[in-house]
Ligand binder design. Sequence first.
Ligand SMILES: C[S@@+](CC[C@H](N)C(=O)[O-])C[C@H]1O[C@@H](n2cnc3c(N)ncnc32)[C@H](O)[C@@H]1O
Length: 260
Amino acid sequence: MSEFDTGIPHIARVYDYWLGGTDNFAADRELGERTMQAYPNLALSVRANRAFLARAVRFLVAEAGIRQFLDIGTGIPTADNTHEVAQRIAPASRIVYVDHDPIVLAHAKALLTSTPEGATAYLDADLRDPDAILAAAADTLDFSQPVAVMLIAVMHFIGDDAEAGAIMSRLAGACGPGSFVALSHAASDIDAEQMAEMVRRINQTAAEHTTLRDRAGVTRLFDGLELVEPGVVRAAEWRPDSAEQAASPAALWAGVARKP
Ligand SMILES: C[S@@+](CC[C@H](N)C(=O)[O-])C[C@H]1O[C@@H](n2cnc3c(N)ncnc32)[C@H](O)[C@@H]1O
């Protein structure tokens, strides 16, 4: 464990704490508590984000026929990781996971539990270098066939709009027609005051800087793609399974879009 910088909170570990996991250190737990005090619905909000991830993967496999996933900003493995949801429906699904945090790398073997028919791979790489990600992912994914790029709760770590737009274009540009992008992003215009204070506390100490965007800003990330129904909505309201699920607090905008 000595390779980890345990004195500074890291988002992957704070997120694990919010989800009730145990792969975190004192500094992560302290920030986890301080942020939950600022935004008391935070734990429900991150659970709603995980539920969106699972519904989006289910839609992509069962309704859109997708069999390949590039999941960037994977996080520490938890319940219902992308390959588990996808391979439950289509065992031949192929998934490449990408994260830049050493703790995610340390737990990556929990992601390398593919069905024999499918495949999973893990890349220790940075979203800010999409060329490196695409080159390495090509060992596992066939980019001449449709791919779903999963950017779940990760684009808010790219604060500069021009850089965020360039990353989106590069990733979508590498994928063929009929590919998809699924994205969720922390919101500046849902529970606005509590979210602003929550992110102020994160940015005081965490290794990564978080930038909230409003609904229009998140929608712009999908430029050049065709949003599927219901468009960019609160993560809990994206094709919910029940009225109860839809009503969950969730201060993230979410959407799924198709490359024409
Ligand atoms: C909030 S967690 C989200 C995990 C998962 N996608 C989910 O939504 O449940 C964000 C993850 O993105 C990773 N991350 C942040 N910035 C990144 C970057 N520039 N490149 C790759 N991963 C990054 C963090 O290490 C963390 O594991």
